[in-house]
Design a binder for this molecule. Structure first.
Ligand code: ADP
Length: 442
């Protein structure tokens, strides 16, 4: 249709709305399209003396969706070939508004999606639409004004109802907000309560560990004092018993000599126990400072081979001290390390009836493993940790003597030297105690 004079604007607007309604656009969209169309029509009439307006329903090139397309071909060329609507809001009324060149003609094009449920436009339906539009008498400006007014009233109504809806939504939102805040406050309170509980618990824990430390210190002090006090009289007993048994003293009857011998050996056992207690107390008190130096394991093993030979008296048991692979040095305290290994080898010899007790060294990366293996009775798995407790002895092994202090002491020393003392053992399959030490010391 042609747009040439002011009055045509109304016509274009009216036709736009009718076409939009006919192709299935919703009421709101009909008004939007008609409004956009009349705005653009006015601009073009003023700017380029009018245009020819064509309506078409086409499938969108990208989405394949049906769109209602309105082309306004200007009577005179657009200034600079461009078109900007007077009001920026116009473009928002439709899906697309702009200048396109189609088949050599430059047109102002606007389009709006047709909703999917709209009835398909068959050629018959199109023909019918055309006849309807052609036959419907174009209204007067007054008719169109009345229609516009009605639309305006409807739009205002809609705005009001939307505002009412918004108010309801707002108050609901406020309500929800209050609920969320209440929940948040409750949670915060609960969290604070829990925090207070945790703090109290920590305070109690601190107090308990302080008590535990104090108790452990008193135990060490007590052990140290008692053993220290005991050492002098026990040494005196041993001395006196030796004197009594001396050939220079008055001769004893054989029974007396046996009893004095018993006193001597018991006192010697007691002295051993006192000394071990003292060592342990010292190690526990933290007053034992390792004397760090490069220790040559070959030398240390040689020394142990010599001193322990005297203890390996059982005929069916061999003591084997393997030569460590050269070079074999570790940063440690030679005296303390010797004490640990001697203790483990001594245990091996004590608890092995047949076979061998073997000491060997292996280096793996930054660690030295010193393994004391025996072919003795072995230790049940459930006692592997217990035997490292003070005074614990596996039932039935007490007859070979001992105090149950050797292993706890050995483990303390190894820890002090920066290593670990582990046990692998099974009844009937012997035991392996392994001292693992870092090459560079603690
Ligand atoms: P002690 O040897 O003076 O009894 P230890 O602390 O050295 O004390 O050892 C604790 C206990 O662990 C021993 O009494 C013994 O029952 C068990 N035990 C230690 N070494 C071995 C071993 N090589 N084979 C079997 N049992 C062992």
């Amino acid at each position: 249709m042609a747009l040439r004079v002011e009055q045509d604007i109304f016509l274009v607007r009216q036709r736009g709305r009718e076409v939009a309604a006919a192709v299935g656009l919703e009421h709101q969209d009909q008004v939007r399209l008609a409004t956009a169309l009349s705005e653009v029509a006015r601009d073009l009439l003023r700017g380029v003396d009018g245009a020819d307006v064509t309506f078409a329903v086409v499938a969108d090139a990208h989405t394949g969706q049906r769109v209602l397309r309105v082309d306004l071909a200007p009577v005179r060329p657009l200034p600079d070939g461009r078109y900007e609507p007077q009001s920026g809001a116009v473009a928002r009324l439709v899906d697309m508004l702009g200048v396109v060149t189609d088949g050599g003609d430059t047109v102002v094009r606007m389009s709006r999606r047709v909703p999917a449920p709209a009835p398909p436009l068959t050629p018959e339906r199109l023909a019918q639409l055309r006849t309807e539009l052609a036959s419907s008498a174009p209204g007067t400006e007054l008719d169109e004004l009345a229609a516009q007014n009605a639309q305006l009233i409807a739009a205002l109504d809609e705005v009001r109802s939307q505002r009412d809806e918004l108010e309801v939504l707002n108050s609901e939102l406020q309500e929800t907000n209050r609920g969320v805040m209440a929940l948040y406050n409750q949670l915060t309170e609960e969290l604070e309560e829990t925090n207070r509980g945790v703090v109290a618990l920590y305070a109690e824990l601190d107090e308990k560990s302080a008590q535990l430390r104090a108790a452990s210190e008193s135990k060490s002090r007590f052990l140290a004092n008692v053993s220290h006090e005991l050492r002098a009289p026990v040494t005196a007993i041993i001395g006196l018993a030796r004197l009594l048994a001396d050939s220079a003293s008055d001769p004893l009857t054989s029974e007396q000599a046996r009893q004095v011998g018993l006193i001597r050996s018991s006192a010697a056992d007691l002295l051993g126990l006192v000394n071990e207690l003292l060592d342990l107390a010292k190690a526990e008190s933290g007053r034992l400072e390792p004397n760090w130096a490069e220790v040559d394991l070959r030398g240390l093993f040689g020394q142990l081979r010599g001193t322990l030979r005297a203890l390996a008296t059982r005929p069916g048991v061999d003591l084997v001290v393997e030569e460590p692979p050269a070079p074999a040095t570790v940063r440690s305290d030679e005296v303390l390390l010797a004490q640990v290994l001697r203790n483990l080898l001594h245990n091996g010899l004590k608890f092995t009836e047949r076979g061998e007790v073997r000491l060997r060294a292996e280096q793996r990366g930054d660690l030295w493993s010193l393994l004391v293996t025996d072919t003795g009775a072995g230790i049940p798995a459930e006692l592997h940790e217990r035997i490292f407790e003070e005074f614990y002895q596996v039932p039935g092994t007490t007859r070979v003597g001992g105090t149950g202090l050797g292993l706890p002491y050995a483990r303390r020393l190894v820890t002090l030297l920066g290593g670990t003392l582990e046990l692998v053992s099974e009844p009937g399959r012997g035991s392996t105690f392994t001292v693992v030490l870092p090459v560079g010391g603690a």
